[in-house]
Design a binder for this molecule. Structure first.
Ligand code: SF4
Length: 677
């Protein structure tokens, strides 16, 4: 019997594995609950689709690609290392790119960043968390000087009187989380009538891409209706006047015209938050995945600051991190602009510290962000090889058809994965790696709590851990083996030293403390910090910053050719690109294929019927999906889940217009039309 945590989302529900079967375990975040994904997760361990031998694709002398064929580990790793050496020799270190994932353990995230910068010497590393958490991270850092997604324990929400949730649908994405919202009056901001919106006291349904205007409007209402916490604003913040100068122009009737949210609902939402003894503002991907996503989150934080919530006991602002290690994954150096400990790669003091820990004299600078990296692949000034760990970009990246074309232009694509994901199927070399319960490692959940996931079952013969893969490649690239340990605890001990003194300081965390069940929320030096910001924010003057942000509409408004807007999201049964959940028969039976939610009138105008097939077409691609007529949908909006492969990929449609601060693509709104198939 082994105590562990779920392989999927950032709630990291606690579970026990006995004889390959999972059962829920009592833990503060899930309180003995699991969702359908967690309950069925043991099926991942016995999936017949599991890869157990490396695969190699031969190329003919003229470069034509053959079929993938089984190979030994030595052949596969020798081949990869040999090509990497040649590319670096001929084109320099930045000719090799690395793409990581927010589901990788802290140890893997850390060693992957070190591998890229030390063994490859490349600046070209980023990860799929850029598509997930980057806007909230940028806005949190801007406001508070530190991004710990949820700077308080989830259980604080139990005593909240009112919670505003902008762009999150936890009733489907992380159902056990919803029990923490039961005592609060819930305000849900979402253009769709989601399962979470059904629970709301007030559902604000702004037109897609107008969240920022709505947040500015709620700040306006808060001030105009006398709810500004003047003492808090004076003592704990700076920048209010500049932010207010903009919000003052967003009077309720103007906000109603732009967003469609009635004035009375705006006022009701603010009143609920302002009149509660304890209140919280939370954001999710719906408000973050926009070309103005960082500013939208800043606008929600402005509202929270005006009401005196962040850093106040029992209240606060937080973001709902999505991926299993979405928090830890952005702290240990697999992000283009960061070094371990959430240090900035451009900070000379941070660089010197990490160089000392790694025993090197120099490190590359910042590289391209995730989409920019993918877009540059195979181009004259871009990487000619890409190593992918824990990510399935052919399904999950925006403008996915274009990304697949870019992958095809590479000299070398290497993918480490459990199964032949859609990205792995295009690779030159596929490396089968261990998963979740087959290895030990730490994860950091959405409340900044570090968790130990213990190895519970033996890995199938033939697979290796990602740490072993990195070691094998590093040695072949001329690195001393001991610089790339393969034991997770040894890697973690180095991570502790590398993070010491940084914003995300793990120096007081140890496997022994975690195994003993201690609740360790970073920073841990050596005491845990379940609630950050109670005394001061992390800016040098201790004050939080209002941000002077203004509304910008969607990057691609609808027009005569593409008269509707499309938005994307998740369903209960699937997780991210579906590479894992599509292996589980029970989940596939419940949600087997791509679909599009459409208002019945919109479907009728396009000649579509419920249950039939539709083509959803944008400037970037065409997705085939089964029509679901949903009466609560806006007539100008369609919704597609993004978990499905092939012609059903929602991301064939999405717009890679990037946020200028976070480099987040605009996943959540693009212009489309519907066609009969
Ligand atoms: Fe819990 Fe998330 Fe796993 Fe569901 S997917 S059991 S909510 S950790």
């Amino acid at each position: 019997m082994t105590d562990t945590h779920c392989p999927y989302c950032a709630l990291q529900c606690a579970m026990t594995i006995v004889d390959g079967e999972v059962s829920p375990r009592e833990f503060p975040t899930n309180r003995g609950g699991l969702c359908q994904k967690g309950w069925t997760s043991a099926a991942l361990l016995t999936s017949p689709a599991r890869l157990t031998t490396p695969l190699v694709r031969d190329r003919s002398p003229d470069g034509a690609r053959g079929e993938l064929r089984p190979a030994s580990w030595d052949e596969a790793l020798d081949l990869v290392a040999g090509r990497l050496v040649a590319l670096r020799r001929d084109h320099g270190p930045d000719s090799v790119g690395v793409f990581g994932g927010g589901g990788l353990t802290n140890e893997k995230s850390y060693l992957l960043g070190k591998f890229a910068r030390v063994a490859l010497g490349t600046s070209q590393i980023d990860y799929n968390g850029r598509f997930c958490m980057s806007s909230a991270a940028a806005a949190g850092t801007r406001a508070f000087g530190l991004d710990r997604g949820m700077p308080f324990p989830v259980t604080d929400l139990d005593d909240s009187g009112a919670v505003l949730l902008a762009g999150g649908n936890p009733a489907e994405t992380m159902p056990p989380f919803v029990q923490h919202l039961r005592g609060a009056a819930l305000v849900v901001v979402d253009p769709r009538r989601t399962a979470t919106a059904e629970l709301a006291a007030v559902h604000l349904a702004p037109a897609p891409g107008t969240d920022l205007a709505l947040a500015l409007g709620l700040l306006h209402v808060a001030v105009a209706d006398g709810h500004l916490d003047k003492t808090y604003v004076a003592e704990r913040t700076t920048g209010f006047d500049d932010a207010w100068r903009i919000a003052a122009t967003w009077w309720p009737e103007r906000v109603e015209r732009v967003t469609g949210v009635p004035v009375a609902d705006q006022r009701a939402a603010v009143r609920l938050l302002a009149e509660a003894d304890r209140a919280h503002v939370l954001t999710g991907r719906g408000t973050e995945q926009h070309a103005s996503g960082a500013d939208a989150v800043s606008a929600w934080i402005n509202l929270a600051l005006a009401l005196g919530l962040p850093g106040t006991p029992g209240s606060g602002y937080g973001c709902l991190t999505g991926q299993g290690n979405g928090q830890g994954g952005r702290e240990h150096g697999q992000k283009a602009d960061q070094l371990p400990g959430y240090r900035k790669i451009t900070d000379p003091v941070a660089r010197e510290h990490v160089q000392r820990v790694w025993g090197v004299d120099e490190l590359p600078g910042p590289g391209r962000s995730a989409y920019e990296l993918l877009d540059a692949l195979g181009q004259p000034d871009g990487p000619k090889a890409l190593l992918v760990f824990g990510s399935n970009v052919v399904v999950s990246a925006p403008r996915a058809g274009h990304v697949a074309d870019r992958l095809a232009a590479l000299d070398l694509l290497v993918v480490a994965d459990l199964v032949l994901s859609e990205t792995a199927a295009r690779a030159d070399v596929v490396l089968p790696v261990t998963q979740w319960a087959e290895e030990s490692g730490t994860m950091t959940n959405l409340e900044g709590r570090v968790l130990l996931r213990q190895r519970a079952v033996r890995a199938p013969d033939g697979v290796r851990s990602d740490l072993e893969v990195l070691r094998g490649l590093a040695e072949r690239l001329g690195q001393p083996g001991e610089r790339f340990p393969v034991e997770p605890e040894v890697v973690f001990e180095e991570l502790r030293r590398a993070s010491a003194g940084g914003p995300a300081d793990y120096s007081g965390v140890s496997y022994a403390r975690l195994a003993a069940g201690e609740a360790l929320h970073w920073p841990v030096v050596p005491d845990s910090t379940p609630r950050v910001f109670l005394d001061r924010f992390a800016h040098p003057d201790g004050l939080a910053r209002f941000a002077a942000v203004d509304h910008r509409g969607p990057a691609e408004p609808p027009d005569a050719d593409y008269p509707l807007q499309a938005t994307t999201g998740r369903v209960l049964q699937h997780y991210q690109s579906g590479a894992q959940t599509r292996l589980v028969a029970e989940l596939v039976a419940a949600e087997p294929e791509a679909y599009v939610e459409v208002h019945p009138d919109t479907a009728g105008r396009a000649g579509l019927a419920h249950g039939g097939m539709a083509a959803v077409v944008s400037r970037r691609g065409r997705t085939l999906a089964r029509v679901r007529c949903v009466a609560s949908m806006r007539v100008d909006l369609v919704f597609l889940p993004f978990h499905f492969p092939g012609d059903g990929r929602a991301n064939l449609l999405t717009n890679p217009a990037l946020d200028p601060v976070s480099r987040m693509p605009e996943f959540k709104v693009c212009a489309v039309r519907l066609e009969r198939v």
